[in-house]
Design a protein around this ligand. Structure first.
Ligand code: ATP
Length: 373
């Protein structure tokens, strides 16, 4: 885990801004009143996979869609590229209602929507170059143009030397680079990533996520990232949508969601990635009741650069209390420093009440974790 421990941290937490509403004009993808029901089949009951979905994915953004298995992530992504039709509602991609298209019109629209997959989906009988060439062949490009474009794409994804290699001769990360090059071949405006790093080790995952970040930055491609891993969202996305049982239960800027997770499912995802931010040696000593001469343990969430470094001194000075910094943990999330300071203050109810009131007044989210002797 990429954890930056630093005390030069912390801004009071501002209220989270919602990401674009479904009607925002600069949306690349808009879900309008979407529901998706798979009909009953061979004695199996029908499934309401998506319900009342209304939100927009901003043009040029990297948006993570996170949810447990069965939450509806793949259904959502298949609606974006028109592989599934919604039961109700419309999906507008780059200004066009993709849910209304069929046949040749749909196939043409799909050229502007690239997709990468967990298991890469490469053709084993084709070299890296020929895999990348495939969508261009289907689109009817001239041979010379395909050759030039493939060379360019291989360089873009950092495997210019793998031109003639077959998938069986490539590592997982290299295979995914071929998948990314193939997905970008027809210059799409949207790139859909369906668990694209789930089969890769952490180091390769980081390299692929860095590549996707570059592609977003350099080419302006909007990226929609389907994942069940909050660490992937944390590393790459600026916006996140949390799906649970077919509903969007939470969405917003990644840094806001990480500091204000409201829904239990979001909280459980965060617990997996941030873990308990307390060192074990401290966590194991915390008890529910105060003891004479002991300290109350208060956790304070901080965000951004600036205010956190003076927090301890200000608290001590303004409230006239002895304040100890028991632990500090800061991550960089969505381009912001986000984390928590754990403070020890005198264990009296009066000190705890005054401290929590002061923190709240200064817009820091804080909680009492318990007491240490
Ligand atoms: N073609 C289908 N026919 C019937 N039911 C389906 C179909 N595709 C998905 N479902 C059901 O719809 C629900 C949502 O599935 P979906 O694949 O969208 O979820 P997911 O979040 O992508 O899950 P996973 O992470 O396991 O892929 C599940 O209950 C699933 O069983």
């Amino acid at each position: 885990m990429n954890v930056h421990q630093s005390l030069a941290i912390g801004q009071p937490i501002a209220p989270p801004e919602a990401i674009s509403s479904a009607t925002e004009p600069d949306a690349m993808v808009r879900f309008e009143g979407i529901s998706k029901t798979y009909p009953a089949y061979r004695g199996k009951p029908g499934v309401n996979a998506l319900k009342n979905i209304d939100f927009a994915i901003p043009r040029g953004s990297i948006t993570g869609v996170i949810g447990r298995s069965g939450a509806g992530k793949s259904s959502l992504v298949r609606l974006i590229n028109g592989l599934e039709k919604p039961t109700t509602g419309r999906v507008i991609v780059d200004g066009r209602d993709i849910s209304a298209l069929a046949g040749r019109e749909l196939r043409l629209a799909q050229r502007s929507i690239g997709m990468i997959f967990q298991h890469f989906n490469l053709l084993s009988s084709r070299t890296a170059a020929d895999n990348i060439a495939l969508p261009l062949e289907i689109a009817g490009w001239a041979k010379a143009d395909i050759k030039a474009r493939v060379t360019e794409l291989l360089a873009l994804v950092g495997i210019a030397d793998k031109h003639d290699r077959y998938p069986s001769e490539l590592s997982g990360g290299q295979k995914q680079r071929v998948g990314i090059a193939r997905a970008l071949a027809t210059r799409p405006s949207v790139l859909l990533s369906d668990e694209a790093t789930s089969a890769l080790d952490p180091q390769t995952t980081r390299a692929i996520l860095d590549l996707l970040a570059n592609i977003n930055r350099e080419l302006g491609v909007t990226i929609v990232l389907i994942t069940h891993e909050m660490s992937v969202v944390r590393q790459l996305a600026k916006e996140v949508v949390v799906l649970d049982a077919g509903h969007v239960v939470e969405r917003g800027h990644v840094a806001d969601i990480f500091t204000h997770p409201k829904h239990p499912i979001t909280q459980s995802f965060l617990a997996e990635v941030i873990g308990d931010s307390l060192p074990v040696s401290l966590a194991s000593r915390i008890v529910a009741e105060p003891s004479a001469g002991g300290q109350a343990v208060i956790r304070v969430q901080v965000r951004g650069a600036g205010a956190g470094d003076t927090l301890v001194a200000r608290l001590a000075r303004e409230l006239g209390l002895d304040v100890a910094l028991l632990s500090a943990r800061i991550d960089e999330i969505g381009g912001q420093h986000v984390g928590a300071l754990t403070l020890g203050i005198p264990g009296s109810e009066d000190a705890v009440t005054r401290t929590l009131a002061w923190l709240s007044q200064h817009q820091f989210a804080a909680e009492r974790l318990g007491y240490v002797a």
